[in-house]
Ligand binder design. Structure first.
Ligand code: 4AD
Length: 477
């Protein structure tokens, strides 16, 4: 008799004489009803025990959190709330739990408490649903690119370059921190370090992905990314996963089309394949919304929001248009924003992005053609000489989900830009080579995977959509 998962058993339409299932006890009610979960679905299977057939000592060990092995008969359920249940024949305790100290009691726990118990939090309904959705979304990402002719590329995690030029990097070194080798001027001599130069954890795989786009045509990366920014917000992690497609012969319009089509596709995938989890999270969010003042409540449920994104076009707005809207909007005029928008050129803060998507357009917005001086060096300069072919995709409730651009393919323009920003040509010689040999229009974007998971699950804190979050002062587990 092979073990079946709870998901398999619950989808059975016929009764089965002999079934076997293993899982963890969620509750044991009235010395008779075990709610068993094995992580295969949000739903538990009810296992009915006739206590007269089992010794008391064994039944005492059926406590919340214990791992058990059950054999029995799968029958139509007599009670409400489930279509089938198991009438237990044998019951084996695989691993005891301790009801006194087990942190995941069958009651409501705060997310803060569960973060401290992140090794056990996927034994709750909310976190198991979130992580199944995360897994499903990852699969949908690979499926989309695979079906659309992209090659999956593994870009290095240790790099010698700072792709974004923002300098927010974690150093990688095996030099003795107390007595590092020094140069004559007293600075650290990285020539003696492991790689013979300064190296960091990558902030983006883009620059390396460009090399493969310019040979394989369509590529994407999907890997861990590291940023040493001291941002203690609900949307920032020090270690997050980024999806970065890069495509040769594609301009910014093509890039916007790709990003929109991609996001709609992966969200449709989970709408179709993760119904039970989404319905659970939809209800969870609804309960959470009820605790907020009426004015702050969302007009749509989680599933409605996802459907809305899948079914409607993203609004495409230039930075210049966005500035006009922001300059003249109520919160700006009444000085409600922390950063007042006074003139063209201002860097948009999340309060402005959220105003645009949540209050003004009420849909995902693609902002494009940003001022050159607030964006990275590799973005293609427009004919106006002051804006670049950049795009950010902003989502309701999340803010920036995607950052991308058409890349500067002209060697002379790129060199000039690097010179102005003091970026060493020697260090990026290989990046410049792409512009020397067979250069062509190409574009790509980066999507922060956890922000996508936040949107798809309705979770409000990015720490709750990654198994073990890394944030300032926190690298437990
Ligand atoms: O806008 P960013 O910095 O773009 C890049 O790194 C480009 N090289 C991407 C490319 O064109 N290939 O980051 C891209 C996205 C952001 O829009 C955001 O969703 C996410 O990565 N992101 C973060 N997510 C979680 N925590 C952080 N600290 C993040 N920083 C960026």
């Amino acid at each position: 008799m092979t073990s079946k998962t709870v998901a398999e058993l619950l989808s059975q339409e016929v009764t089965l004489q002999d079934v076997t299932v293993k899982g963890w006890v969620r509750t044991f009610r009235a010395n008779r009803f075990i709610a068993l979960n094995d992580g295969s679905t949000i739903n538990n299977i009810q296992c009915v025990v006739d206590f007269e057939n089992f010794d008391e000592a064994t039944l005492k060990r059926v406590t919340t959190g214990a791992a058990i092995h059950i054999t029995g008969e799968l029958v139509e359920s007599q009670g409400k709330g489930q279509s089938v249940e198991i009438v237990v024949k044998t019951l084996e305790i695989l691993g005891d739990s301790d009801p006194e100290t087990y942190p995941i009691q069958p009651k409501k726990h705060s997310f803060e408490f569960l973060r401290e118990n992140a090794h056990l939090r996927t034994r709750t309904n909310t976190f198991s649903a979130v992580m199944r959705l995360r897994s499903s979304l990852s699969f949908a990402v690979h499926k989309y690119f695979n079906e659309n002719g992209f090659n999956y590329m593994h870009t290095p995690i240790i790099t010698g370059s700072d792709a974004e030029g923002a300098g927010e990097m974690f150093k990688v070194s095996n030099l003795d921190a107390k007595t590092p080798p020094l140069k004559e001027d007293g600075s650290i001599n990285y020539k003696e370090d492991f790689f013979g130069k300064e190296t960091n954890l990558t902030v983006s795989g883009q620059l390396e992905a460009e090399t493969y786009a310019m040979s394989l045509g369509k590529v994407y990366t999907f890997g861990p990314t590291f940023r040493a920014e001291n941002s203690n917000t609900t949307r920032h992690l020090a270690e997050f996963w980024m999806i970065e497609p890069e495509v040769a012969f594609m301009d910014l319009d093509g890039n916007m089309d790709l990003a929109e089509d991609f996001m709609k596709s992966v969200l449709s995938y989970v709408l179709e394949h993760n119904k039970a989890d989404l319905e659970f999270l939809d209800k969870r969010l609804l309960d959470e919304e009820k605790t907020k003042p009426q004015a702050e409540r969302s007009e749509m449920s989680l599933i409605e929001k996802i459907n809305f994104v899948v079914e409607n076009n993203f609004k495409r707005v230039s930075y210049t248009e966005a500035i006009d809207i922001l300059k003249n909007c109520k919160p700006n005029k009444k000085k409600k924003f922390n950063y007042i928008i006074e003139e063209w050129g201002a860097d948009l803060q999340s309060e402005h992005e959220r105003f645009l998507v949540e209050k003004h357009f009420k849909c995902p917005v693609i902002l494009f053609d940003y001022p050159a001086n607030i964006k990275a060096f590799y973005m293609r300069l427009n004919e106006d000489g002051k804006t670049v072919r950049a795009m950010d995709i902003l989502f309701p409730g999340i803010g920036e989900m995607v950052g991308g651009s058409q890349r500067e393919e002209r060697l002379d323009v790129l060199k000039e830009k690097m010179k102005a920003l003091d970026i060493s040509e020697e260090e990026l010689w290989w990046y410049l080579d792409l512009r020397k040999y067979g250069s062509a229009v190409h574009s790509g974007f980066g999507l922060g995977f956890e922000r996508l998971v936040m949107f798809a699950t309705g979770m409000g804190n990015i720490r709750d959509v990654i198994p073990f979050p890394r944030t300032p002062q926190n690298a437990e587990f």
